[in-house]
Design a binder for this molecule. Structure first.
Ligand code: GPK
Length: 828
């Protein structure tokens, strides 16, 4: 038993005076600057340190309580965490935003200026990564014992610039000033192996044993990011791994006297955690990517098992104390790695290990897009992870035995279900490994889960229907309402109190006031103020002037053919042509935002043509305020929180059947934008929640899309019947908007006329008709305000807190463990 003064945790004061003291001390003691000379960045750093020491205190309290209460923990394994800025979120969730604002003011520093200095932590591409960040925040907020594991990329999502029309990628050196939020844990390092070969050890009695020998080794070092819950004392942890060379990296070269080569190799081995692959919903077939996946999975599983054993549990209790969620197939190698650790390192029997692994893992699928499905050539897997390849063969063998037993003689089914795809040059299907190795598989919206069961995983669903569940996505109201939209938060507080911040269903209390004229006016005033805020940012970033009294029509998301930015662009061109022809059209500002994967030529072409059209439209004196088109550069979490509260209309216009869920759709609707959308992903559930009056649904359903494709689409025939659409396509392909690269718009014309893989042409008439319905409603300010207020009031279901409870109850079997104020550390 350690002495009480050793076990005591400090208990730092959270009042203005205490914070001011901590911040001023930190300038000297941590930053190393004279407070008289400290820059704004120095003060930012000092403030961050004052917060982080308070966070880690609560982190340790939380950890003690979890250990005392023998809780079951969930570990979320994700290649991506799209966190954004941390300073304001940490201040708010720690409950010290206002005292800190005052403390900073006392020190002569404006907090808002400081908040704007922080770079986004952009360790993710899009929805999948942002969902992971929302889930961690909610786990802490609801008091669940939940931890994130991922990679500490040296370079996150690239910074997007337009030069002047096409996208240019710049490295995101987000750690250049260091990072006050992370705790480097040099004592927490695990060896990770690659390459080498497997040696079999036959035992006369008992199972054959395997050792993995002569590979290369790199260390995974932990960096901890405490994650505070809102309105609670719980602080959880996000652990990100960075690659470090082992101490005696490459003895061979040293022995040969090639010191320089050995040091260069050290640098090479540390490239594993260097950069996030900037691809969204597209598999990357690179060896380095496989190494990244295995690197963070192996480190995380070693860490999880270490903790489990250190807490005094035995391995048989693993599924009772540990749930592991695989965020898409990126960490699916975990199934084989856990088997290796249990069988080869902890010497469990194969069957016992398999039972434990399956009851521990669950897998979330985020897309049906075939190009996103990860498969690895057997040859590559054999070379990089030889032991895992052997384990996968064994898993597959046992699994196919089961299938054979169930469906004797059905060889086609066997081939379809096999973890090894034998058709395409022998590849490991990571989704199959994930399904076979999990006790639950979930889609991320009702339609998506249904389509998973009917298409991608049909055979698995027939085999194990009980394994499949739906968990519709959600968003955190702390970031996407309280932080992003302080004006609406304030208004809600005045009208219905603040309970909705913890229980978003309580927004429903707003419903009875939807036609209250005072509320409508206040609501429209808030929206207008948010539009002015966005217009200022747009002016600063692009030089374009926006009129805040015009409808703001927003499409913000990754650039993908299936998301159909081209459908919106055709509408812009159509409106522009009609304005020039003297037609009276409803005015609108169209704002796009989003990045294209650097290797996705079609997506980059879409960005370029939007920028070119925007340039012509915005400078045409005949147009004025009736139409503006902006491509907001470098769309990221911090700019999303300015754009979303300012949107009147939310574009969710993917080809039905292709968007797994969407979460931007939820953020926008929650902030009072009305959705123009297809019956795709979570749009369907949003319609069911908000009611037909508050959403503009259009276009083919998922079934109709399948039918349409089967019938052999004929875009030319449709164009022949729709003069406005045909004129828009002609205007583009004629080169009217060509600023840069002649020829590119001709190619786009051919693409629309002859390929149109996502049926932009077929859905165009229905789309513009939906836009006109929106225009009509928008013109009636009272009716619009009522619909928008009802929209907000009915979005409670899409809180990430509901999502996380669904995971906790249907998949993880964990319960909240709110941290109680303790006697020795009892201050609020
Ligand atoms: C899906 F497959 C992928 C991917 O690689 N990245 C990604 O962001 C998205 N997604 C879906 O496209 C969205 O519909 C969904 O809301 C989001 O994941 C979160 O589930």
């Amino acid at each position: 038993m350690a002495a009480p003064e050793v076990t005591h945790l400090p208990n730092l004061p959270n009042d203005v005076e205490g914070l001011r003291q901590s911040i001023r001390d930190a300038v000297v003691r941590v930053v190393g600057e004279d407070p008289r000379q400290a820059t704004e960045r120095d003060w930012m750093e000092a403030l961050a340190f004052a917060i982080r020491e308070r966070m880690v205190e609560r982190r340790l309290l939380t950890r003690r309580q979890f250990a005392d209460e023998d809780v079951k923990r969930v570990y979320y394994l994700s290649m991506e965490y799209l966190i954004g800025r941390m300073l304001e979120a940490n201040l708010r969730n720690m409950g010290i935003l206002e005292p800190a604002r005052q403390a900073m003011a006392d020190l002569g520093v404006n907090l808002d200026t400081i908040l704007d200095l922080e770079d986004d932590a952009a360790l993710g591409n899009g929805g999948l990564g942002r969902l992971a960040a929302c889930i961690l925040e909610s786990l802490a907020t609801q008091g669940y014992p939940g931890y994130g594991y991922g990679i500490r990329y040296e370079f996150g999502m690239f910074r997007q610039e337009f030069e002047p029309y096409h996208q240019v990628e710049h490295p995101d050196n987000w750690l250049r000033y260091g990072n006050p939020w992370e705790f480097p844990r040099s004592d927490r390092k695990y060896p990770i192996h690659f390459y080498g070969h497997v040696v079999e050890h036959h035992h006369p009695r008992g199972e054959t044993r395997y050792t993995w020998e002569n590979g290369e080794e790199v260390l995974a070092m932990a960096y901890d990011y405490p994650t505070a819950g809102y309105g609670r004392r719980n602080v959880n942890n996000l652990r990100l791994w960075a690659a470090k060379a082992t101490r005696d990296f490459d003895l061979r070269y040293f022995n040969e006297g090639d010191y320089i080569r050995a040091v260069a190799d050290k640098a090479e081995s540390e490239t594993i955690s260097m950069v996030l692959y900037p691809n969204d919903a597209t598999a990357i077939g690179k060896e380095l990517r496989l190494k990244q996946e295995y690197f963070f999975v192996s480190a995380s599983l070693q860490d999880i098992l270490d903790r489990h054993l250190a807490l005094g549990y035995n391995l048989d209790a693993l599924p009772d104390k540990v749930a592991i969620q695989l965020n898409d197939t990126h960490p699916a190698i975990a199934v084989a790695e856990l088997m290796r650790l249990l069988v080869d390192c902890h010497e469990l029997s194969w069957d016992r290990a398999w039972d434990l692994a399956r009851r521990t893992f669950a897998y979330t699928n985020h897309t049906l897009m075939p190009e996103a499905l990860e498969t690895w050539p057997v040859e590559l897997m054999e070379r990089v992870l030889p032991r895992h390849m052997g384990i996968i063969y064994q898993i597959n063998h046992d699994f196919l035995e089961q299938v054979r037993h169930r469906y004797p003689g059905d060889n086609d089914r066997l081939a379809r279900l096999s973890i090894i795809d034998e058709q395409n040059g022998r590849r490991v299907r990571m989704a199959h490994l994930a399904v076979v190795g999990s006790h639950r598989v979930n889609g991320v919206a009702a339609l998506h889960t249904q389509l998973l069961q009917e298409t991608l995983f049909e055979d698995f669903y027939n085999l194990w229907p009980e394994r499949f569940v739906n968990v519709t996505n959600g968003v955190t109201p702390r970031l996407w309402m309280i932080q992003a939209n302080p004006a609406l938060t304030e208004l809600l507080g005045q009208r219905i109190g603040n309970d909705w911040q913890y229980d978003l269903d309580r927004l429903r209390a707003l419903e009875p006031y939807a036609h209250d004229a005072d509320l409508q006016k206040a609501f429209l005033d808030v929206k207008r103020a948010n539009k002015v805020r966005l217009a200022n940012l747009v002016r600063e970033r692009t030089g374009v002037e926006l009129n805040p009294d015009v409808m703001f029509d927003v499409q913000i998301k990754r650039i993908h053919e299936y998301k159909r930015q081209l459908l919106k662009l055709l509408h812009v061109v159509d409106l522009y042509r009609r304005i020039r022809a003297g037609e009276d059209v409803a005015p609108r500002v169209v704002l796009f935002g989003g990045k294209a994967a650097p290797g996705y030529a079609r997506a980059k072409g879409i960005i370029q043509v939007i920028n070119e059209v925007a340039d012509i439209v915005n400078h045409d004196p005949a147009v004025g305020d009736r139409l503006k088109c902006v491509f907001f550069p470098n769309y990221e979490v911090s700019s999303a929180s300015i754009i979303i509260p300012a949107a009147d209309v939310s574009e969710q216009i993917s080809t039905a059947g292709f968007e797994a869920s969407g979460t931007g759709n939820m953020k926008l609707a929650l902030n009072g934008a009305l959705t123009i959308g297809t019956l795709d992903g979570a749009n369907i559930e949003i319609r069911d929640a908000v009611g037909e009056e508050s959403i503009f649904i259009f276009g083919m359903t998922a079934d109709e899309v399948v039918e349409h494709r089967r019938n052999g689409p004929n875009p030319e025939a449709i164009l022949a019947q729709q003069p406005n659409l045909a004129a828009a396509v002609e205007m583009i392909e004629s080169g009217f908007f060509t600023c840069d690269d002649p020829g590119t718009h001709g190619d786009l014309g051919r693409y629309l006329r002859h390929e149109d893989p996502f049926f932009v042409i077929a859905d165009y008439a229905a789309y513009t008709e939906a836009c006109e319905r929106a225009d009509t409603l928008y013109a009636d300010r009272t009716a619009w305000a009522e619909a928008a207020i009802l929209n907000v009031a009915r979005m409670g279901y899409f809180s990430i807190d509901r999502t996380v409870r669904d995971y906790a109850n249907q998949i993880w079997d964990i319960i909240p463990e709110p941290v109680a104020p303790s006697r020795t550390n009892g201050a609020a």
